[in-house]
Ligand binder design. Structure first.
Ligand code: ZN
Length: 243
C-alpha cells in the first residue's frame, strides 16, 4: 500500500534496481556502506584536511546522489544521511562538533528547488545524535560571486575556478565567536572528486580563523588508473574526475 502510494508520488521505483515501489528498496538499502574510510584525491590539493568517504561514487551511491540532488527524490535524504553519518563516524570526535555543509550557489539552489547537501547533512546529524554524538549542523559557508560549472574542468582549472568563491557568513562568524564553546568543524559534501571544492570550503573557514578537523563525503570517485597498473587496495578509494 505504502509502496504503491510512493510509486504514484514520484513515479519511479528503486534507484538501485528499478524494483517498483520505494525509491530505495529494502535489499538495496541493505547494501549501503556502514563505515567510513580514509580517502585522498590524487593529486591532492596542498593542505587538504583529512578526508573520509563511505563508498565509491558509482552504481547505487551515484544513483542515489543524483536522484536526490537533480530529481528531488527527497525520500533518499534519510538513507544518504545515514551513509554520510557512517563516513563521519570515522572522523567526528566525541566532543561537540559542527557539521558544515559545503554550500551550493544560490541560483543552483533556486533552480533545483532545494539544497541537497544541507538536507543530507541534517539527516546525518540526526543519525549521529541518535548514536549519542554531540553534533549539530551549522551553515557557516556561502558561495560568493559567479562560479562556472565544474564539468569538463581538470583539477587545476577547478581550483582556479573556485578560488575565493566561498566565504563564512558574517552573522554566523560572529555567533560562533560569541559562543565560546570549543567545537570541532567537519565539512560535509556529497562527492569527493579532485578535492578542489572541499579545499576552497576549508580555505574560507581557515581564513576566518576556523580550523577544519576533517572532510566527510557520502562517496569518492575512484581514480582512473592507466592500463596495466595495479588497482588500488580494496577499501581505499582514489580519485581522478567526477562531477
Ligand atoms: Zn533496489
Amino acid at each position: 500500500m505504502l509502496d504503491a502510494w510512493l510509486d504514484l508520488v514520484h513515479g519511479g521505483g528503486c534507484v538501485g534496481c528499478a524494483a517498483p515501489g520505494r525509491s530505495l528498496c529494502h535489499d538495496c538499502a541493505g547494501r549501503l556502506p556502514t563505515s567510513g574510510h580514509s580517502v585522498r584525491p590524487t593529486p591532492c590539493p596542498p593542505g587538504l584536511a583529512a578526508c573520509f568517504a563511505a563508498g565509491e561514487y558509482a552504481d547505487l551511491l551515484r544513483a542515489m546522489v543524483l536522484a536526490h540532488k537533480e530529481h528531488g527524490v527527497f525520500a533518499l535524504a534519510g538513507p544518504l544521511g545515514r551513509v554520510l553519518a557512517a563516513a563521519a563516524a570515522a572522523a567526528v570526535p566525541t566532543t561537540p562538533t559542527l557539521l558544515v555543509p559545503v554550500p551550493s550557489r544560490a541560483a543552483v539552489v533556486r533552480a533545483r528547488g532545494h539544497d541537497p547537501m544541507l538536507r543530507v547533512t541534517r539527516a546525518a546529524s540526526h543519525t549521529l545524535r541518535s548514536d549519542g554524538r554531540p553534533v549539530r549542523v551549522a551553515r557557516l559557508l556561502e558561495v560568493r560571486g559567479p562560479v562556472r560549472d565544474q564539468a569538463g574542468l581538470d583539477a587545476r582549472q577547478r581550483a582556479a575556478n573556485l578560488s575565493g568563491s566561498m566565504a563564512v557568513r558574517a552573522g554566523r562568524r560572529r555567533s560562533l565567536a560569541r559562543s565560546r564553546v570549543a567545537v570541532s568543524i567537519v565539512l560535509c559534501d556529497d562527492v569527493l572528486t579532485t578535492g578542489a571544492t572541499a579545499r576552497e570550503a576549508q580555505r574560507a573557514l581557515e581564513d576566518a580563523g576556523v580550523r577544519v578537523r576533517a572532510i566527510v563525503t557520502v562517496a569518492a570517485t575512484r581514480r582512473r588508473l592507466p592500463v596495466g597498473t595495479a588497482p588500488p587496495r580494496p577499501g581505499l578509494q582514489l580519485f581522478g574526475r567526477g562531477d
